[in-house]
Design a protein around this ligand. Structure first.
Ligand SMILES: Nc1ncnc2c1ncn2[C@@H]1O[C@H](COP(=O)(O)OP(=O)(O)OP(=O)(O)O)[C@@H](O)[C@H]1O
Ligand SMILES: [Mg+2]
Length: 257
């Protein structure tokens, strides 16, 4: 299997602070790759750099063989790289299915302008999009909630809505920033299962996660960063037993057999 995502010597400074420090990492196709590290280590910044939300000071990023280092976010999404945010970004006063459809608009050939224009072509496109959204909601067991207002949903279902929205662009890969944060144990179990299903459907995953039960149950490969720099990478068991990782991050919170 080849590489799907390659980050090479990426650095990002915020005034005096080096948030991401000469970071290189490779995500292989057909792997669930998890990025871990202490609060403030530069994990979210890394995802923001990969998705073009932030521009790096140095370094290159390639996705599916294309250099995306200087690409705007919507172009990167069009290539098939989806993402979720650490803080949910949904339209609370809209229904679940509307949130999925709005998420997809940026990526259609017609765009939001024609959507409002109300042409026949735009109407057809909207119907196609609705059918696609319905199919995704069925796939992630959210169909019965499709007309619920997002701000009336429990947190776990909002997280699922966000996941559903990333699927609207038919991604090759999804980046998830702490998808299980704030979920209760049963929601978390369910979410893990849905992520595994998404992965089994052919989508590669790169996630940031603090909950080590989630990390250990889902990851094929782990990269650990501290102060923006990589301190370890490898298979889960190997990484969590690495003395430097224990010292910098895991402490006595987690012991792998
Ligand atoms: N827009 C910004 N301007 C200035 N400093 C920033 C900005 N975004 C992040 N930082 C700083 O960069 C460092 C890395 O932040 P980042 O959010 O990437 O950490 P993180 O690993 O995602 O942490 P957490 O686990 O708490 O989410 C932190 O010191 C943070 O305060
Ligand atoms: Mg973060």
């Amino acid at each position: 299997m080849g590489d799907i995502l390659n980050v090479s010597h990426l650095t990002k400074r915020f005034s005096g602070l080096v948030a991401v420090d000469d970071l290189s990492l490779t995500v292989k196709e057909r792997q669930i790759h998890t990025l871990i590290g202490p609060n403030g280590a530069g994990k979210s910044t890394t995802i923001n750099l990969i998705t073009g939300v932030l521009k790096g000071d140095t370094g290159t990023i390639t996705f599916a063989g294309k250099d995306i280092s200087a690409m705007p976010t919507h172009k990167i999404a069009q290539l098939g790289l989806g993402r979720t945010f650490q803080n949910i970004k949904l339209f609370g006063a809209m229904s679940v299915i509307e949130n999925l459809m709005v998420g997809a608009h940026k990526n259609t050939s017609q765009g939001i302008v024609n959507f409002l224009w109300n042409t026949k072509r735009a109407k057809d496109e909207e119907e196609k999009m609705r059918a696609h959204a319905e199919q995704i909601l069925k796939q992630i067991d959210m169909y019965s909630h499709k007309d619920d207002m997002v701000n009336e949903l429990p947190y776990g279902l909002r997280k699922m809505t966000e996941l559903g929205r990333t699927l609207m662009i038919d991604p090759k890969m999804i980046l998830l920033d702490e998808p299980a944060a704030g979920l209760n144990p049963s929601e978390r179990q369910e979410f893990i299962q849905h992520l595994k299903d998404v992965y089994d459907s052919g989508i590669d995953l790169f996630l940031i996660e603090h909950n080590m039960d989630v990390v250990m149950s889902i990851s094929h490969y782990i990269t650990v960063i501290n102060f923006g720099a990589k301190i370890a990478e490898g298979e889960p068991k190997e990484v969590v037993n690495n003395p430097e990782v224990i010292k910098a991050y895991l402490g006595s919170r987690f012991k792998a057999e």
